[in-house]
Design a protein around this ligand. Structure first.
Ligand code: SAM
Length: 473
């Protein structure tokens, strides 16, 4: 039975409730009066329920859709300003004992090169990432309890935080690894991770079983209840997502929002981020063999509807998407993007030889970080390398309440400018530096109060003189 507070996956992601939600959305997708009311409700910026948001997703009326897109853009501006947080994935290992049918790391794939980075190799990768300008990483790995152990992850996190190369530092390590125990989540928290990320892949239990025929990940309930265990283990920033293309997108959308509602109801804080990956071709994976792929228009609609349903949850897009698609959805609600990414194990310091490829999927946006930063600034976005919130203890419900009240802007905007200035000084090409300096000079005027403005101005001067401290609000 559907119960948002229950700790059981079958209750909080209840199949019947999703079917009823989809039926309700179908019945009302042309009910313009109701849709108008839902858009008005969403405009209050307090979010929508999975049922309400599903009606908006199902609506095909051009005029209403225009209003939905417009509102998503406005909410995005109100909550996130013009800042976009930058990050990069770091693949630690592609050893995996699971049988996921869409992922080339599946255990039966005998021709993909299998690799696990040693601590020395991690050092080299992190230095390469620092030299690009990255400050925030998302660690990635397959599931292999004998090789990718918790000890290995903890050691790797310690190594990453310890490396200070030139002015570089990785200041926030997020981690995307297989579902694990409360005790292990506690250890990850103690090691100083930022967000624990785990994609549900699909909320459709029957579909999930077919897509995950073997290995520990085949246990749907254990996987779906992972965020509850992570929160019990003290991790209050969790990142959820589905892999669009595996099952029907409307089902996934309702499931995703129900998951967010459950975390909010059970722990007082919803997910910190929602990722929206789409299935891609990979080593022995042909994405066209999966029948639930979604086109770019549907993808944009999903992003817009997530934005208005959970306004204060960050939204992440990776280099699985092209520059064109990324540009479109940035306006509609994305707040974090990766840049200069490699999805291979060890691809940052030197390219992998042709016969030793280990990558997880084809990167579509293969521009360098400098190119991505330049492109963002041309569109008047501020690329932000800020990691201050979690280091200042602004996580979980503390972060959410600042976010909901809009106060978070007082920290985010100054921090974005100062970290961008650091990036420009240390890593940018001359063209990017020139463009960025102009943008910063203009954006200082938008720092909310006079006192903060003068502190930021002084800090920017110090950064420009290479007189560094860990400046942050
Ligand atoms: N081992 C972790 C787990 O059990 O969830 C996941 C880490 S995996 C490196 C990160 C994510 O890549 C997966 O959760 C999946 O959604 C995504 N992924 C796998 N195969 C993909 C493909 N062919 N195209 C796009 N994304 C893919």
């Amino acid at each position: 039975m559907y119960d948002v507070n229950s700790k059981h996956a079958d209750d909080f992601i209840n199949h019947e409730e999703i079917l009823e939600t989809l039926a309700y959305a179908d019945e009302n997708k042309d009910n313009l009066e109701l849709i108008e009311k839902l858009i008005e409700k969403a405009a209050l910026r307090k979010g929508l329920s999975h049922r309400e948001a599903s009606v908006l997703l199902a609506c095909s009326d051009a005029g209403m859709n225009e209003k939905i897109f417009k509102l998503a853009e406005q909410i995005k501006k109100d909550f996130y300003g013009n800042r976009i947080v930058m990050f990069a994935p770091l693949y630690l290992s592609n050893y995996c004992i699971n049988g996921c049918t869409y992922c080339p790391y599946h255990a039966k794939n005998k021709h993909i090169a299998r690799k696990q980075l040693s601590q020395e190799e991690i050092r080299r990768e992190v230095i390469a990432l620092q030299d690009m300008g990255h400050k925030r990483l998302a660690l990635e790995a397959g599931e292999h309890p004998a090789l990718n152990t918790m000890d290995y992850y903890l050691k790797s996190i310690e190594t990453i935080y310890s490396i200070k190369h030139k002015n570089g530092a990785i200041r926030r390590v997020n981690i995307n690894i297989a579902a694990t125990t409360v005790d292990n989540y506690r250890l990850l928290k103690e090691a100083g991770i930022g967000t624990y990320i785990l994609f549900q892949e699909t909320y459709h239990k029957e579909g999930y079983k077919e897509l995950h025929p073997t290995g520990p990940k085949s246990d749907y309930n254990y996987h779906t209840e992972a965020m509850d265990r992570a929160m019990e283990g003290g991790i209050d920033d969790v990142g959820v997502g589905v892999l669009f293309g595996l099952d029907k997108y409307r089902y996934e959308f309702a499931g995703l929002l129900m998951h967010a509602e459950h975390l909010e109801a059970a722990f007082g804080v919803g997910p910190h981020t929602i990722s929206v990956p789409r299935l891609r071709d990979a080593d022995d994976i042909d994405s066209s063999a999966f029948k639930n792929g979604i086109d770019d228009d549907t993808f944009a609609k999903i992003v817009a509807c997530i934005r208005i349903a959970v306004p204060y949850t960050g939204m992440i897009i990776s280099t699985r998407e092209s520059q064109k698609v990324r540009e479109r959805v940035l306006h509609l609600g994305i707040s974090q993007i990766s840049g200069g990414s490699r999805t291979s194990v060890g691809g940052y310091c030197e390219p992998e030889p042709e016969d030793e490829k280990s990558e997880q999927f084809d990167v579509i946006d293969s521009r360098t970080l400098d190119e991505v930063v330049h492109w963002l600034m041309q569109m008047n976005y501020i690329p932000s390398f800020c990691t201050a919130c979690y280091r200042e203890g602004r996580t979980g419900d503390r972060f959410m309440s600042l976010c909901k009240s809009g106060q978070i802007q007082n920290c985010c905007h100054p921090n974005a400018l100062m970290t961008l200035q650091e990036y420009l000084m240390d890593y940018a090409s001359p063209e990017t530096k020139a463009l960025g300096s102009k943008l910063i000079d203009k954006e200082i005027q938008n720092v909310p109060n006079a006192k903060a403005r003068s502190v930021v101005t002084e800090n920017l001067r110090l950064i420009r003189e290479n007189n560094r401290r860990d400046f942050r609000f």
